[in-house]
Design a binder for this molecule. Structure first.
Ligand SMILES: Cc1cc2nc3c(=O)[nH]c(=O)nc-3n(C[C@H](O)[C@H](O)[C@H](O)COP(=O)(O)OP(=O)(O)OC[C@H]3O[C@@H](n4cnc5c(N)ncnc54)[C@H](O)[C@@H]3O)c2cc1C
Length: 512
């Protein structure tokens, strides 16, 4: 079988790696001049910064992405380290205590700050544990077979009855159910700003999934319940680009080809079936299977053509909810950052009005860093990302694709300066001590990902909406990546790509 993969992000590379290892002929086409999509690590003057993902969930041994690396034989090459992060709000912050204080120290901290919310906090954490157990059971059930799978599903069913009444609620309703104070509601919904989704759009039942306590303290045991282990949070040592390099080497060593600077302009159809691709330079390549990653609209309306799609499928493509983008400034600085930030990553939130702040971003109003940002210092876990005595640091925040006033091209430096001025409230001297500076605007992300509307995390997690199924209505054409049914996030897109590769292998009568 010959397969063409469109896009060399981590989803495309994962699918290509599975197929090439199973003995198939694979060509990956990447439109940008470097491979890796948003999992690439940028390098400049001895510094390195990740373009996208930070602290990753699910990369530990036996966890979903960790398993994929092990199956591909890359677990020795892609080394990870468990870690945690901080969160700072206007009136309080969460940094893990110097001495381990149990799995619920954040709850206790909040009770001390807001004693009147004690009962609500206890109820929230009971709900949290149930949801975390349900997710652990779902992961186990997926791998189990026969009677064991049935028993796990029965257990899930019983547990689900305890939260079923909240299934139609949104996160805003959930927060009002548990808490009176906007400060506490913001603690559990501020992360939704990362998805540029308002609490009123986000499913209540998914709140625990995006607020794992383990993200704030790596010492919390993963096995706290009989339902199964929870997932760890890890950094890839040396940056996410290490995983891109390891996968690319694997693909090439098995005879696969990866072409960068090779935009696919069209997916060729023959008798309604995907038959190959045409590149922007006119070259045509035939294949039995085409696997596309990237934007759903760009793929199906741009590369395939709306006229070739069933109407209901075209409507589904139209309906994929998109997030906004980010403004990112990478700096190489010549001083020690450890006195200013206790861990490699911290989110700084300057507002408790998550609904309002995200709504403004969705409408194109950029907050100029005033509503919040994050600071990530990858050289703290991977010293090779900066020369000795220096640090690589990234400051970024969510930002609309198109500004309501002016353009990113015109306002690039002005808005980078404003974001850094906000970050200097945390780390003074960032600008003066920067030896290297790389600004990435939403426009740069659009160019890098080939998306007309860059969606930072892919298909937005909005209630009642979904990404595009991996198996498309066009025979021979498969869709993976952050706008597919797997949703965004590194672990999700890797899992979706691995599943898709297995489906293709089964369909072709082969086994991986
Ligand atoms: C700033 C940022 C921070 C993030 N933080 C996290 C995090 O902390 N944790 C987490 O889990 N996830 C995070 N994510 C999300 C995660 O990184 C993505 O969901 C995931 O990496 C997407 O992988 P992908 O392969 O679907 O897409 P991409 O990496 O975008 O790859 C798609 C590739 O396809 C190429 N392409 C598109 N169209 C064509 C064409 N016509 N021809 C040829 N090539 C084409 C693009 O150029 C691109 O390289 C973050 C993302 C960003 C941007």
């Amino acid at each position: 079988m010959k397969a063409i993969v469109i896009g060399s992000g981590i989803s495309g590379l994962t699918a290509a790696a599975y197929l090439v290892r199973a003995g198939h002929s694979v060509i990956v086409y990447e439109q940008y001049e470097e491979i890796g999509g948003v999992t690439a690590t940028l390098r400049r003057d001895g510094f390195g910064w990740d373009l996208g993902p930070l602290l990753l969930e699910g990369f530990g041994p036996g966890e979903p992405a960790g398993e994929i690396l092990a199956e591909l034989g890359l677990d020795d090459r892609v080394r990870t380290v468990p870690d945690d992060r901080g969160a700072v709000f206007p009136d309080f912050s969460f940094w893990k205590p110097a001495e381990y204080a149990g799995p619920y120290w954040r709850r206790e901290h909040l009770k001390r700050l807001f004693p009147e919310e004690g009962e609500g906090l206890d109820r929230y954490y009971r709900f949290y544990d149930r949801m975390m157990d349900l997710m652990a059971l779902a992961r186990r059930a997926e791998r189990a077979r026969g009677l064991r799978a049935l028993l796990l599903k029965a257990w899930m069913f019983l547990l689900f009855q305890r939260v079923r009444g909240l299934a139609d609620w949104n996160a805003e309703q959930l927060m009002r159910h548990f808490f009176r104070r906007p400060e506490i509601r913001a603690v559990y919904t501020a992360i939704l700003a990362d998805f540029v989704v308002r609490p009123s759009q986000f499913p209540a039942l998914a709140i625990p999934a995006v607020n794992s306590e383990i993200a704030f303290d790596r010492r919390i045991p993963l096995r706290t319940s009989r339902a199964g282990p929870r997932l760890s949070f890890r950094y890839i040592l040396g940056g996410c680009g290490r995983m891109v390099e390891a996968m690319a080497e694997l693909i090439r060593s098995c005879g696969g080809q990866i072409w960068a600077g090779a935009p696919v302009a069209r997916i060729l159809l023959e008798n309604g079936r995907a038959a190959g691709v045409a590149l922007a330079d006119g070259h045509q390549e035939r294949a039995d299977v085409v696997i596309a990653s990237g934007g759903a609209r760009e793929t199906f309306f741009g590369l395939v053509g709306r006229q070739h799609l069933p109407a209901d499928f075209a409507a589904r493509v139209e309906d994929v909810p998109l997030e906004e983008s980010v403004l990112m400034v990478h700096l190489g600085v010549d001083f020690d950052l450890t006195p200013y930030q206790l861990s490699a990553l911290c989110y700084y939130y300057n507002t408790y009005d998550v609904e309002g702040a995200v709504g403004r971003c969705q409408r194109g109003e950029y907050h100029e860093g005033r509503d919040g940002f994050l600071i990530y210092i990858p050289s703290l876990h991977s010293p090779e990302l900066a020369p000795p005595g220096h640090h690589a640091v990234t400051v970024y925040t969510i930002a609309p694709n198109w500004l309501s006033e002016g353009t990113w091209a015109d306002r690039r430096e002005e808005l980078a300066e404003k974001l850094l001025a906000e970050a200097e409230r945390v780390i003074p001297g960032l600008r003066a001590r920067a030896r290297v500076r790389v600004v990435f605007t939403p426009e740069d992300f659009r160019r890098r990902t080939h998306q007309e509307h860059h969606s930072f995390g892919g298909c937005a997690p909005v209630m009642g909406k979904a990404g595009i199924p991996h198996r498309t209505p066009i025979p021979g054409l498969w869709f993976i990546g952050s706008q597919s049914q797997s949703g965004g996030g590194v672990t999700n897109v890797m899992t979706g790509a691995s599943r898709t590769a297995q489906m293709i292998l089964r369909a072709s009568g082969m086994r991986s």
